[in-house]
Each structure stands twice: as C-alpha cells, then as structure tokens.
Design a protein around this ligand. Structure first.
Ligand code: SF4
Ligand code: ZN
Length: 260
C-alpha cells in the first residue's frame, strides 16, 4: 500500500480504529524517514460528541510527534451535521450516517489535497468493509460496488491498512497498548442500517467462523477493471471530482434544501 517516499494523510476520528491506525503507521514509518504523516480529524459538528474526539485525536498525534489538522463541515459546506440531521428528520429520510459518510469522504479528500498528500489512509476494518458491501448489495447500489476498486481521477488514492483486520483484534491492540480513544458512540449511530447489518454479520460469523473474510474477497472478484474505476469528471457546483455532473456531497446538500 505504501512506498518508501510518501506524504501520508491519516484520517483520525478519535475512535479505537483510527487512533490505533495512527500508532501502527507511525511505528512502521519510523523506518522510512522520507515518509511524512499528517493526521486529520473531520469535525462534522455533532454537539456533545465530536469535541472530545478531536481532543483525543490531537493528544495522540502530539504524543507521536505527528502534525494534526481539523477540517470542519461548517467551514466547507456552511452547515454542520446537526443541521443536516435536523433536515433529515424533517424530511423523514433515511439515516443521518448516509449523508455524513458522503460529506466526510469529500472533506477528507479536500483536506488531503490541500497538503498535497500522496495517499489517504482510513481505518476501515474488516467488519466495516463487509458491512459496507452487504449494505450496497441490499440497497442495490451497483455503482458503489463497481467504484470501490482502484484510483479515481481527482481523488487522493485511498488505502485501508486495516481492511483485513477484524474489529475485535484492533480493540485488543488498543487495550494492550493502553491507547487512549473515545469510547462513547456517535448519537446518530443508532439510526443506521449498518447496525442491523453488523448484528447479522456478527451472528453469521459466530456460527460460521471466517465468513466476514469471505465477503470482501467474494465482492472483489466482481469488481471491474481499473479503466472503468478511473472514469470521472468534475462537479459543476464545487469543481471537486465527481462521477456525475454534480458530486455526491453537493447532491445531498441540494436534496436536503441546504444548497441551491
Ligand atoms: Fe457520521 Fe454516522 Fe459516523 Fe456519526 S455514526 S460520525 S453520523 S457516519
Ligand atoms: Zn460538488
């Protein structure tokens, strides 16, 4: 995933996965002096939750001697997630997480581009990967399944070093190494389809060990060639990379009536 010379942006939410990722990458990259790591935390604007996470992410970065930056929804979109959530509830739409995920993905890409990062590392683990793939399947979102491989024009190449590591092993690592992380869940997490898929996969894994590993490897065989994944243009609203005439972040803000 990484070369000996990189400018590596690491997304650190403050939870156990991302903070562990920052610790692991910092330990590995100490052997490669031409790799520079910058940690980013997205401040979605979730009252009573995100402030503590930012403080935890910042203190871990400081402990490791890593530069830490914060990118906020408010400064990027003019609205925070609490406002988005309010609109989602008013319009009786699906879970807040669906919107948050799209907005956060763009925020991280914008932030990584600003520092001219050559790679963007996120802490998605095996459980996250398996859940996302099953969710795309349930929603019939073939475009998401087909897009998930390879680099896309205008996006900083993303890597997921924990994508084959079960969540429980990362939690064990964080506890054994006494890493400080935020343990309270996001107040919007309970409204997510992901929760139901997570329960389903946990039950299946308990009864048939190894099934979680099988999900990404099965979907991996269905994915398209690199040339299909690289197709992409520019959003006519914000000029950020987009697969359609308008990027997904601008589209959701428009759907919520938060942007014309
Ligand atoms: Fe966003 Fe949902 Fe994660 Fe909360 S749980 S930070 S709303 S994606
Ligand atoms: Zn846009």
């Amino acid at each position: 995933m990484l070369r000996p010379i990189e400018r590596l942006a690491v997304a650190v939410s403050g939870g156990k996965d991302s903070v562990s990722l920052l610790h692991v990458l910092t330990r590995i990259e100490r052997r490669f002096p031409q790799v520079q790591i910058i940690a980013f935390t997205v401040d979605e604007g979730i009252s009573g939750y995100r402030r503590e996470a930012i403080e935890i992410a910042a203190s871990n970065a400081k402990q490791l001697g890593i530069e830490h930056r914060v990118v906020s929804f408010k400064s990027l979109y003019g609205h925070d997630l609490d406002e988005v959530a309010h609109r989602v509830q008013e319009l009786k739409l699906e879970s807040v997480c669906a919107y948050c995920g799209i907005l956060r993905r763009k925020a991280l890409n914008v932030a990584a581009k600003e520092v001219e990062a050559t790679k963007l590392a996120t802490a998605h683990n095996l459980d996250d990967e398996a859940q996302s793939l099953i969710m795309s399947l349930l929603r019939g979102a073939m475009d998401e399944l087909l897009r998930s491989k390879g680099e896309s024009t205008g996006f900083v190449p993303r890597i997921k070093p924990f994508m084959r590591t079960p969540e429980r092993e990362i939690a064990l690592y964080a506890h054994v190494r006494r890493i400080r992380f935020q343990s309270i869940p996001c107040p919007y997490a309970g409204t997510s389809l992901r929760n139901e898929v997570r329960c389903f996969l946990d039950i299946v894994e308990e009864m048939h060990p190894g099934m979680k590993f099988a999900v990404p490897s099965t979907f991996g065989k269905l994915r398209p060639t690199e040339s299909v994944a690289k197709t992409g243009g520019r959003c006519r609203v914000c000029n950020e990379p987009a697969f359609k005439t308008i990027c997904r972040a601008c589209q959701v803000l428009k759907n919520l009536g938060l942007r014309k």
